[in-house]
Ligand binder design. Structure first.
Ligand code: GAR
Length: 193
């Protein structure tokens, strides 16, 4: 008799374009152990909604208040996620959500924390600051989410050199490549341990 194990479920949260979300969906599309159960966004106009729909992944649009005050928890409970994965999600998360999913919410930040993080530091702003500071390297940080922006325990970092010719846009492209390469594997490793 074969024992069929249920797949681990992940829910992806994003606020914008969603290229990381698409990359993660593609990575786990045929996976025997992990399924992307849904994509949540706070932005009804986010490109991520169409990207998820292209792969028939259910989507949920919630208000900023739902995310920030925790009423999203009710909806989230329907999905029973093993892991909540933030990929370009730009709102603060309610303490009640963090408490309901201890060490089960992770985020990716497009720089090497603890540098170039904190409130207001997201997306292209981060790359502008890194270039302006003439930093020699940047990269990605994957970390657990706590009530404080970008302060949770670091799970994984990868670096890329910043050359004098790099504009914020060029640096963003390099960092995105690192994100595509590593984020799905880090998720898979967390769920298998
Ligand atoms: C990613 O680079 C991600 O690291 C960043 O937003 C981008 C979203 O790109 N997240 C943050 O800045 C969070 N502080 P995408 O929509 O193409 O995946």
């Amino acid at each position: 008799m074969s024992i069929l194990k249920e797949k681990k479920k992940i829910v992806l949260w994003a606020s914008g374009n969603g290229t990381n979300v698409e990359n993660i969906i593609r990575f786990f599309e045929q996976d025997a152990k992990v399924a992307v159960a849904g994509v949540f966004t706070n932005n009804p106009k986010a490109g991520v909604l169409q990207r998820a729909a292209n792969y028939n992944v259910p989507t949920e649009v919630c208000s900023n208040t739902d995310f920030e005050q925790g009423s999203v928890n009710k909806l989230l409970a329907k999905y029973q996620p093993d892991l909540i994965v933030l990929a370009g999600f730009l709102r603060k998360i309610a303490p009640s959500t963090i408490a309901a999913y201890p060490n089960q919410i992770i985020n990716i930040h497009p720089a090497l924390l603890p540098n170039f993080g904190g409130p207001g530091m997201y997306g292209m702003r981060v790359h502008q600051e890194v270039v302006a500071a003439k930093a020699e390297k940047s990269g990605i940080t994957i970390h657990y989410v706590t009530p404080h922006y970008d302060e949770g325990e670091i799970i994984f970092q990868a670096t890329t050199a910043v050359s004098p010719e790099d504009t914020p846009k060029r640096l963003a492209a390099k960092v995105h490549q690192l994100e595509y390469e590593h984020y799905p594997n880090v998720i898979a490793n967390l769920l298998s341990s």
